[in-house]
Design a protein around this ligand. Structure first.
Ligand code: GDP
Length: 301
């Protein structure tokens, strides 16, 4: 899959230009670093992240390790690869935290359209395959279709959905979430995935509701779901959710789209939270745990 199409091509080209050169001069390094900088900026990577990236690459590339390398160009590729891994979260994969005493509670937050509901189904299916017994909870009661949509993905995933009774009018999502804890315990679901409401923009009422759901359910993980295509807005949106509810991890969605890469490459660094999963399509199977090292490899290939 062509992840980060243009960014990937530009980085590969910039590094490819070094290959024909053998020994590298400071000027060679400088021009490569400039190309990398431009490629990152055009992919909408946040400026502070770009600056740090470029500074680290330059410093290492001008140092002894490249000078001494049998293949200096390859060594620069390695440095860029290391730096990509660093900004994507480092080489330790962060696994989901499970509660010592079930149910483990995973709450999903994010803007409307980010892909939360779809992600809820994907995560449920993935957990079910891993021998868990998840339950989905419809705490997105803002959007008329949200409950039905969650029921559809629940059916597809073969995972039950806890939702307010139809016909009750608009329910109270905090109550639904709280009630779901009791049901999960009674029915022996070891993981509860709570889908929460998202608005088109960040808003205080929504944040307040998410905070109350969080207080009521004391989640083991709060996952911030973000559309990789939102570009420059990624950092501000992530910060607003971090201040509003805080979260323990990030899920990137729509990485299959024509993503410029900016959100993916900015969000882990600016929030200091790990990217834990990636959603790469509309089908429930289009989902994978996120590995910074593999992602870096895919960007540079
Ligand atoms: P929510 O409002 O955050 O619950 O978002 P939804 O789960 O309803 O998703 C919004 C739209 O994005 C739907 O049309 C999904 O099919 C689509 N979508 C979700 N995840 C992905 C993904 O990884 N790739 C693609 N291409 N589309 C996705």
């Amino acid at each position: 899959m062509a992840l980060f199409g243009n960014l990937s091509d530009r980085l590969v080209d910039a590094l490819g230009n070094l290959r024909s050169k053998g020994k590298l001069t400071a000027a060679d390094i400088d021009s490569t670093v400039r190309e990398i900088r431009r490629a990152l900026l055009e992919a909408d990577v946040a400026l502070p992240v770009v600056k740090a990236f470029v500074a680290h690459v330059r410093e290492r590339a001008l140092g002894d390790e490249v000078n001494r390398a049998l293949n200096p160009a390859q060594q620069v590729v390695q440095i860029v690869n290391d730096e990509l891994i660093r900004i994507l979260g480092g080489d330790q994969d962060r696994k989901l935290q499970f509660a010592k005493r079930p149910p483990t509670v995973i709450m999903l937050v994010g803007l409307q359209g980010a892909g939360k509901t779809t992600l809820a189904g994907k995560l449920a299916k993935w957990l079910a395959n891993e021998q868990h017994t998840p339950m989905l909870v419809a705490a997105d009661l803002q959007r008329p279709n949200a409950v039905t949509q969650l029921q559809i993905v629940g059916d597809q995933a073969g995972v039950p959905v806890f939702a307010p009774e139809p016909g009750n009018g608009v329910g109270d999502p905090v109550r639904v979430a709280r009630e779901s804890m009791r049901i999960a315990e009674a029915k022996h679901h070891d993981v509860v995935i709570i889908d929460t409401a998202g608005r088109l923009g960040v808003d205080e009422e929504l944040m307040g509701q998410a905070r109350r759901i969080k207080e009521a359910t004391n989640p083991d993980e709060v996952l911030f779901v973000i559309d990789a295509m939102i570009g420059q807005d990624a950092v501000a949106t992530a910060r607003a959710f971090q201040e509003g509810v805080d979260f323990t991890g990030v899920v990137l969605t729509k990485l299959d789209g024509d993503a410029r890469g900016g959100a993916a490459l900015s969000v882990a660094q600016t929030t200091e939270r790990p990217i834990m999963f990636a959603s790469v399509g509309e089908r429930l199977e289009d989902f994978e745990p996120f590995h910074p090292d593999r992602m870096a490899g895919r960007i540079l290939n």
